[in-house]
Design a protein around this ligand. Structure first.
Ligand SMILES: CC(C)(COP(=O)(O)OP(=O)(O)OC[C@H]1O[C@@H](n2cnc3c(N)ncnc32)[C@H](O)[C@@H]1OP(=O)(O)O)[C@@H](O)C(=O)NCCC(=O)NCCS
Length: 171
């Protein structure tokens, strides 16, 4: 399999916030944003792997800003690192000002997807080669985030998370 770059998996999802997607004070439900991000991330993972993909973990979500009714929300998703069958997807979420059209960042999130065959078994994905400074930074942090996610899910012993431990323990 030929290696791929993050830009080859870019998925951009732009949509408006409708009344049924808001809470009683008129801001977007967190769950609605999670679902939209899951959709964008799945398209990105599919573009990278060209396989069926499934969400295996939602690793990190920051809800930094309220997103009011009527906002235009744009989600940009890209694969930040590919492992054997799993891919980390980094999402940047923007809202745009109605009058000026200026975009501001509302939040970031990290999801993990696994490529599977028709029977649901994990299959290998192409390697990812980061290009920009930000892509390289996200790529470098992805292994320790994977280890943290596996430890939290009870799928890895903390003692085996070498990359993660290095964050806390100096030589
Ligand atoms: C995704 C799935 C096929 C993985 O199967 P599995 O038997 O756990 O396979 P593995 O243990 O080999 O894990 C596959 C990969 O996922 C990674 N993974 C598993 N759990 C993870 C977690 N919590 N966080 C990060 N990565 C994880 C593994 O490290 C492995 O990565 P690698 O192959 O790149 O090294 C299986 O867990 C599944 O079907 N889950 C349900 C998916 C789904 O329906 N999602 C939508 C929910 S509504």
């Amino acid at each position: 399999m030929n290696p791929k770059t993050p830009s080859q998996s870019l998925a951009i999802l732009t949509d408006i916030v409708l009344p049924s997607e808001t809470n009683p004070i008129g801001n977007m439900f967190g769950g609605e944003l999670l679902a939209r991000m899951d959709r964008a991330a799945s398209i990105s993972a599919r573009r990278h792997s060209m396989r069926i993909v499934a969400t295996v973990s939602v690793n990190h979500v920051d809800f930094n800003k309220m997103i009011p009714l009527g906002s235009v929300v744009t989600i940009e998703a890209k694969v930040s690192r590919a492992f054997k069958s799993s891919m980390e997807i980094y999402l940047d979420v923007w809202i745009e000002d109605r009058e000026s059209g200026v975009r501001s960042k509302s939040n970031e999130a990290i999801y993990t997807f696994v490529a599977v065959d028709e029977t649901g078994r994990p299959v290998s994905v192409p390697e990812l080669v980061p290009e920009t400074k930000l892509e390289k930074l996200r790529f470098e942090g992805a292994l320790r985030r994977k280890q943290l996610s596996l430890v939290l899910a009870g799928k890895m012993k903390p003692g085996e998370a070498s990359e993660l431990k290095a964050l806390f323990i100096e030589d």
